[in-house]
Ligand binder design. Structure first.
Ligand SMILES: Nc1ncnc2c1ncn2[C@@H]1O[C@H](COP(=O)(O)OP(=O)(O)OP(=O)(O)O)[C@@H](O)[C@H]1O
Ligand SMILES: [Mg+2]
Length: 259
């Protein structure tokens, strides 16, 4: 089972949009995908039409109850309007975990252990992260086979990337594992100096782990989120959709799968 985590400590860079758009393309390729919302703001959960305040079971229960049998875990999963896309929702309560469980032994491995149980149920898992380094992001990165790091092409982008690289270093030091990651430039607007220059800087400093293309600015992302539909399912020919298709193909290639 493919497990991709979408992470960046910087907020508003396109993490949730990347997660939703890749899920859309996976569905179009007849893949069965599980989305996991580790963000206490639960934007991904809301995207698929759920009000996280009204849910009795969320990812929070996994962390507090720490049970790993299939029956328990499947109860945490909700269907979406799209056959083949399921979601393990997030909720505001997740924001308390750093304080209550942050120092517990083995706390970084909860999500990875849960996904081992569910590995027969799905072709792929996409994990959306909050823009904060904490128990949830550590779990999300620890569970991933690959990490996608969306990076908004603007002046402060490189600062955010530096912080993410440090996070990978710290996690490698504490787990002994290397993490494969791909930096994905987002919201690129070729008419603005900020976009052009920041993409140049990213290319200069991070060429080895940089995706060869970029996700352009496309106002259709806003429309699709208002309608709670992944853009590839609403308008597969839009510039934004096509760019995410390219990312999907690149990522699958890294997994050794030609589409
Ligand atoms: N390529 C794009 N073109 C235009 N708008 C975009 C693009 N990507 C994302 N957006 C918009 O930018 C906003 C932030 O995107 P998104 O929610 O995906 O970021 P995020 O990294 O998940 O944010 P957070 O850190 O708050 O979770 C959203 O309103 C989204 O619709
Ligand atoms: Mg988000």
């Amino acid at each position: 089972m493919i497990v991709w985590t979408i992470a960046n400590q910087k907020g508003g860079v396109g993490k949730t949009t990347t997660c939703v758009s890749l899920a859309g393309w996976m569905k179009k390729s007849d893949m069965k995908v599980l989305l996991i919302d580790t963000d206490p703001h639960a934007s991904l959960t809301n995207y698929f039409g759920y009000d996280s305040d009204e849910l009795s079971h969320t990812l929070f229960n996994l962390f507090t109850e720490q049970k790993f049998d299939a029956e328990f875990l499947r109860e945490l999963v909700l269907k979406t309007d799209y056959d083949g896309i399921d979601i393990m929702p997030g909720s505001l309560a997740l924001s308390t975990l750093d304080r209550t469980l942050g120092n517990e032994d083995g706390i970084g491995n909860i999500l990875r252990k849960a996904l081992e149980t569910l590995s027969g149920d799905y072709d792929a898992v996409l994990i959306d992260c909050p823009p904060v380094l904490g128990v949830l992001m550590v779990n999300a990165i620890g569970a991933a086979s690959r990490v996608i790091v969306p990076c908004q092409t603007e002046f402060l982008a490189l600062k955010g990337l530096e912080r993410m690289m440090k996070t990978f270093d710290v996690m490698t030091a504490s787990t002994g594992r290397q993490f494969s990651y791909l930096i994905v430039p987002t919201m690129y607007d070729r008419r603005t100096r900020a976009s052009v220059q920041s993409l140049e800087s990213i290319r200069k400093d991070y060429s080895a782990s940089l995706w060869g293309n970029y996700i352009p600015i496309d106002t259709k992302f806003r429309d699709s989120s208002q309608q709670h539909v992944p853009l590839p399912l609403l308008d597969p020919e839009s510039r934004g959709s096509l760019a995410y298709h390219d990312l999907f193909v690149s990522m699958m290639k890294l997994e050794g799968i030609e589409l």
